[in-house]
Ligand binder design. Structure first.
Ligand code: GCW
Length: 687
């Protein structure tokens, strides 16, 4: 099945269960539509090709209900067509503009399966949802399912550069750009749009937040027509295109001497730029901006605030309904390691909290999930629950920069679930991150999620074929953050590989435990980093310890960890709501997996398990490697159950992971053994 992985979860392989196939085919062989085929053209062709693959039947399309026979009834509601008669008023009112209904009922001996939306886009989502039900062998008889996405904005961020390289990309080169040009392989872009649409993504930023010389020109006539062609492809699948823009565009491409957001000429330039962009891309999404961050230009140069900068752009886009997405990844990246007062973890909150309420309505702040930078374990950013009067997006990283770079299996859905479920307590119990970002807690007009993609032009899109599950899982969580990790994983395995229980159970176990495994053999208890500088792959305990980036673990021969308490440390813990702050502040109450993020602890400190801190470090590192061995064994047991090509490819990655996990184990254990002089109680080999 899906011999090389190109089709990801849309491989539409024939269902193994023949009886079920026949059952489904009774109604799935006939598709009834109303007149206007144009607005449902794509939905219909997706449905037909899906059914063809999954059930092996060529469905007949008719424009009215065939008497006495079972069918799928497909259409957009509220246009005076037949489909309306199948959906009751109290059902219609529950379907939002991206929502859909799937409803199956019997009349006489026939079964009718209705798939409908109130928009073309909603219908598309409904079709992909029905196909997912078939692919996963769900019971469809009698179903009544009305779904709307929880988040308005469900965004993919590409860190693609126009020369074809990808910042933190581990799956080949960009699918959008080669040699300073927009790609001519538009077929692949269409395949990508289908994949994203099938899981409900509705926005895409196609270029890197670090906008360099040529990328700055994406909003000039040099590139805009080509960008418009890409936008057209995505539009067909309900996805809006956005660009990362250079805050200093007025200087770089506009011939002005300043980028001061309060300068009238600068404001005029951006307004005219918006006119130009929207004349070619009428539904252009807007700009993503990384400003005053890691040497990128921004309003600070002119003594202005982030609000001044964002609002200036927002004013230019506002007449067209465009958005400004402004990143909060702002910190002092020129720190001295001796400085124990400056704390990078504090930076986003310190910079943006005072601006709460000052942003225009079409601005959103995009906030990384943690206060540092996509480490394997971090607390949730205190801006969630802090900000109340500002539209917010949660930013996640699908690409595995710090989590094994798609050489290691590290399935991030369980981590993302913890982040989404985190209770900020901002408005009492149950003020979870997932609620806040929908906008419902503080009545924000806009909200949602964004994530840095792991997609590249490798044939299987993600380098490690199993890393497709992270893209899938991210999108499913954007749609419905209440889905369990177990459920999402189950879907992915069935759609991607097969419905055989052996495959489903084995792959699920592999995926669901892999994040914890990765954490076990890398940096312990929330401290993070310990990677090689620049490329961030592989262990190097002091790699970032004396650098300028604010990334310290503070290990010496007596203890390790950063004191971020209010009482004696950097005060970071105090940025949370008081009920949460109280927990982090107190080393006895602090969740153990974050202990070293918040506290500097002696190596002989006794953990809840009874182990000393140092023994815990040794134990988890030995255990992590054993777990990778198990991962490999589990995969090996699937030989013959998975296409040979994918089987061998994943096996090769797991072999590599095993080697690298040993390196992690040995480097970390050796470092702490030599620093502390304390031996492993179990006398295992430490160098
Ligand atoms: O983690 C850092 C990455 C940079 C990235 C930056 C950011 C795009 O190492 O490569 O730059 O985060 O998020 O802006």
């Amino acid at each position: 099945y899906g011999a090389n992985g190109y089709n990801c979860w849309l491989g539409y392989h024939l269902l193994e269960n023949g009886e079920l196939r026949e059952n489904y085919s009774q109604w799935a062989s006939n598709i009834v539509i109303s007149k206007e085929p144009d607005e449902i053209k794509i939905a219909l062709s997706e449905l037909k090709s899906g059914i063809n693959g999954i059930l092996g039947v060529d469905a007949v399309v008719v424009t009215r209900e065939p008497e006495q026979s079972s069918c799928i009834a497909l259409g957009v509601l509220g246009r005076g067509q037949n489909i309306d008669s199948y959906v009751k008023y109290d059902e219609v009112v529950q379907i939002g503009n991206e929502g859909f209904i799937i409803k199956a009922f019997k009349t006489g001996n026939s079964e009718i399966v209705v798939v409908a939306g109130t928009t073309t886009k909603g219908l598309l989502y409904g079709v992909f949802s029905l196909l997912r039900l078939l692919q996963t062998e769900a019971t469809i008889s009698g179903i009544l399912k009305i779904e709307n996405p929880a988040n308005q904005l469900r965004i993919i961020n590409h860190w693609d550069n126009i020369d074809g390289s990808i910042e933190r990309g581990y799956a080949g080169k960009s699918i959008f750009f080669t040699d300073n040009k927009v790609t001519e392989d538009l077929g692949r872009i269409k395949d990508y749009a289908r994949l994203l649409c099938s899981v409900g993504i509705n926005s895409i930023v196609i270029n890197n937040v670090n906008v360099h010389k040529y990328e700055s020109m994406l909003i000039t006539d040099k590139y805009l027509n080509d960008v418009a062609s890409l936008a057209q492809i995505f539009r067909d699948y309900g996805i809006k295109l956005y660009l990362s823009a250079n805050f200093a565009s007025t200087i770089e491409i506009g011939g002005l001497a300043t980028a001061d957001p309060l300068d009238p000429q600068v404001r005029k330039w951006w307004k005219e730029k918006a006119d130009e962009i929207y004349s070619l891309i009428p539904d252009f999404g807007g700009f993503l901006i990384k400003a005053d961050s890691e040497f990128r230009p921004g309003p600070f140069t002119y003594g202005r605030t982030h609000a001044d900068g964002a609002n200036m752009l927002a004013e230019a886009l506002e007449p067209y309904g465009g958005l400004v997405i402004w990143r909060c990844f702002v910190y002092n990246c020129m720190q001295d390691w001796r400085d124990r007062i400056t704390d990078r973890a504090r930076a986003a909150y310190d910079n943006f909290m005072p601006l709460d309420g000052l942003f225009r309505e079409n601005v959103l702040l995009q906030i990384k999930n943690g206060p540092m930078d996509f480490q394997v374990r971090e607390p949730v950013s205190p801006l969630f629950g802090g900000l109340q009067k500002t539209n917010q997006l949660l930013e996640l990283q699908i690409t595995q920069e710090y989590t094994g770079q798609q050489k290691h299996l590290c399935y991030l859905v369980p981590m993302w679930k913890e982040i989404l479920d985190f209770d900020t307590m901002a408005k009492g119990r149950n003020t979870s991150v997932k609620k806040i970002i929908t906008g419902s807690v503080f009545n924000n007009k806009l909200g949602g999620m964004a994530a840095v993609t792991n997609i590249g032009n490798d044939l299987n899109w993600t380098g490690h074929q199993m890393a497709q599950s992270n893209t899938y899982g991210y999108a499913r969580l954007c749609w419905n953050p209440d889905l369990s990790a177990e459920k999402i994983t189950d879907e992915w395995v069935r759609m991607t590989y097969s419905n055989y229980e052996k495959v489903v159970n084995t792959v699920k176990e592999m995926l669901l435990g892999s994040w914890r495994t990765y954490e076990n053999y890398t940096s312990p208890l929330g401290i993070g980093w310990m990677v090689n500088p620049n490329h961030h792959y592989g262990p190097n305990v002091d790699g970032y310890e004396y650098d300028k980036w604010g990334t310290y673990h503070r290990a010496d021969h007596k203890g390790i960890g950063v004191d971020r308490t209010v009482k004696s440390g950097t005060g970071y813990a105090g940025q949370y709501h008081k009920d949460v702050a109280g927990i982090y502040e107190d080393m006895d109450k602090c969740p153990e997996e974050l202990l070293l993020f918040f506290h500097h602890m002696p190596y002989d400190y006794i953990l809840k398990s009874g182990e000393t801190l140092i023994q815990y470090i040794y134990n988890t590192h030995f255990k992590g490697v054993e777990e990778v061995e198990e991962l490999r064994n589990k995969w090996f047991s699937l030989k013959g159950w998975i296409s040979e090509e994918i089987f061998l490819h994943v096996l090769e990655r797991l072999d590599g992971q095993l080697e690298h996990s040993k390196e992690w184990r040995d480097v970390i254990n050796t470092y702490f053994y030599r620093k502390t002089g304390i031996s492993d109680e179990l006398g295992r080999k430490i160098y």
